[in-house]
Write a protein that binds this ligand. Structure first.
Ligand code: PEP
Ligand code: MG
Length: 573
């Protein structure tokens, strides 16, 4: 047996055989060839193209049946590209002229096409970059005989072991079969962690380098997502622990169900609105199960991470499903927050040197205006089915907010022009997750209806710590004075402007932090649904006055460790 410690990110304990998930990145060999080998390289290319064609045709038929003509058209475009004589001519010329293997010729073709398309002033032509990437990768995979592993194909219960997991890997995975997750990188607020908690899968991330190489496919793994412990080939003590944890979970579920009907308030009766964060529409069942009073953050980008870009109708249906299931309770839909670790090659958001500081979220949408307005129209149309709010992510300047509001106004007109009913007074808010937004929140407050503080990114950008990098995770302290001050500042500016302020970062899901945040003035907290009972319990045990006194003292301390000690001594968990 071997025990390793990582970062505990999603509670629960389980044991199952390891499933090693190697990522899909293709190592591309590049080497010189002999003039006599040109013909055989060309044959390899034609064979791989044929296989890619069959695959795309199957995908097109599937898309047509499942999602309609609009989605199927994407694959028609891929087939056209594959059949383009220019592609075939260029590969042949490149092989003859440069005498490098066919993989190199394909890469050279890709670079040339991407440069050409992305320098076009026409956004529709620019968007074809993603089609080029898709088609090229498909041909390369066949050339290199690399099978694409999909986590949706898992048929037995497993512990997913990987170096890293992208949100897009997790979106389509077979959730009931994944009993636990262990990854070498990642931290508490990385999106893999957030999804693991949303899907209620025990997870330990940031376990450190080389873990994957030391585990064999099928080897038994124990994961304790509360203590951050992973045991390979667990002995009987761990097997007993897992059994006990399972029994405790059943008991907790009963208690949580009882708590569901109790309103969330402090001991003295101050109501604290506890709402939920969701990523996928089907999480809405859990939201109601845990008694959330609404949805404070619907991370809509996850609809886009499942392998294709949804059109207006598809998005409208997805949002409506959530809004209707919430039965009049508020649903805050955050517009597309793509970029960073949420890579979407289909939309061309790849290849940046510093993706977290780059073309992400609102920056991306303000350039891809048609895509953005398509989403806005879908949200607006869904708004008549309940109480919907729109939230813009990663606003860092007032100009961005004004431009986003302008596009929203256009989207409203377009809905009206098409005869669609919408909520014309829909509330619009912004995430406060970039330090510049917190510092200038007084200015931003004049152009929106609410703020939601995103502490995951606010900490990342304030402390200059990549939230997914386990090497620097120690710097991402839970109670950094700088972040606490920015939260306080945002609350103050919001109060002054009489607009609502809530918080939807992972901090809200931690019981001690929730008390601190309520003490600092917040009355709405948004978190993964499963965290609601624990937050409700701690709030019921403490008065507002006590929470305020804790917050006042916390803000006078210098280090995160001192704040942790204060919270431990003043709050009984
Ligand atoms: C945040 O940054 O705190 C947040 C809630 O957004 P996300 O985790 O999706 O970046
Ligand atoms: Mg964020």
């Amino acid at each position: 047996m071997r025990i390793t410690k990582g970062i505990a990110v999603s509670p629960g304990v389980s044991i199952a055989p390891a499933f090693i998930f190697a990522d899909d990145s293709v190592e591309i060999p590049q080497y010189h060839i002999d003039p006599a080998e040109v013909a055989s390289e060309l044959t390899r290319f034609h064979e791989a193209s044929m296989l890619a064609r069959k695959e795309i045709e199957a995908l097109r038929d599937h898309a047509k049946n499942e999602a309609g003509e609009e989605q199927a058209a994407i694959f028609d475009a891929h087939l056209m590209m594959l059949d383009d004589p220019e592609l075939h001519d260029q590969i042949e010329i490149s092989l003859n002229d440069n005498l490098f293997n066919v993989e190199s010729a394909i890469l050279a073709f890709e670079t040339e096409m991407v440069d050409k398309l992305s320098s076009s002033p026409d956004p529709l032509i620019q968007e074809r970059v993603s089609d080029v990437h898709d088609v090229v990768r498909r041909i390369l995979r066949h050339l290199l005989k690399k099978e694409r592993i999909s986590l949706s194909d898992i048929q037995t219960e497993i512990i997913l072991v990987a170096k890293d997991l992208l949100p897009s890997d997790m979106v389509g995975m077979s959730r009931s079969m994944v009993r636990g997750i262990v990854t070498e990188s990642g931290g508490r607020t990385s999106h893999a962690a957030i999804l693991a908690r949303a899907f209620e899968i025990p997870a330990v991330l940031g376990i450190g380098p080389n873990f994957v190489d030391q585990v064999k496919q099928g080897q038994l793994i124990y994961v304790d997502g509360e203590k951050g412990i992973v045991a390979v080939d667990p002995d009987s003590v761990f097997v007993q622990r897992e059994k006990a944890a399972r029994a405790a979970r059943v008991q907790r579920e009963i208690e949580n169900r009882e708590l569901r009907e109790v309103p969330a308030h402090t001991k003295d009766g101050t109501h604290i609105m506890l709402v939920a964060n969701i990523e996928m529409p089907d999480e809405v069942a859990n939201v109601n199960e845990y008694g959330a009073e609404g949805i404070g953050l619907f991370r809509s980008e996850f609809l886009f991470l499942g392998g294709h870009v949804p059109g207006e109708e598809e998005q409208y249906k997805a949002y409506t499903k959530v809004v209707e299931a919430m039965n009049g309770k508020p649903v805050t839909i955050r517009t597309l927050d793509i970029g960073g670790d949420k890579v979407l090659p289909e939309l061309g958001a790849i290849g940046e040197k510093n993706p977290l500081l780059g073309w992400r979220a609102i920056r991306f949408c303000l350039e891809k205006t048609e895509l953005f307005k398509t989403q806005l129209r879908a949200i607006l149309r869904a708004s008549v089915h309940g109480k919907v709010k729109i939230m813009f992510p990663m606003i860092s300047t007032i100009d961005e907010l004004i431009r986003a509001q302008g596009l929203l106004a256009e989207a409203k007109w377009e809905c009206k022009a098409h005869g669609h009913a919408i909520d014309t007074n829909i509330e619009t808010g912004i995430m406060i997750e970039v330090p510049s937004a917190a510092v200038c929140a007084d200015v931003l407050a004049r152009s929106c209806d609410f703020f939601s503080i995103g502490t995951n990114d606010l900490s990342q950008y304030t402390l200059a710590v990549d939230r997914g990098n386990q090497k620097v995770a120690y710097l991402n302290e839970p109670y950094s004075l700088a972040v606490l001050r920015l939260i306080r500042m945002t609350i103050g500016y919001g109060e002054h402007a009489h607009i609502a302020v809530s918080l939807c970062g992972e901090m809200a899901a931690d019981p001690a932090s929730a008390v601190l945040l309520v003490g600092m003035g917040l009355r709405t907290l948004s978190m993964s649904a499963g965290a609601i009972p624990a937050i409700k319990r701690v709030l019921l045990s403490i008065s507002l006055e006590e929470a305020q006194s804790i917050a006042q003292q916390a803000l006078s301390l210098r280090t995160s460790t001192q704040v942790s000690a204060l919270l431990n001594s003043r709050i009984s968990l």
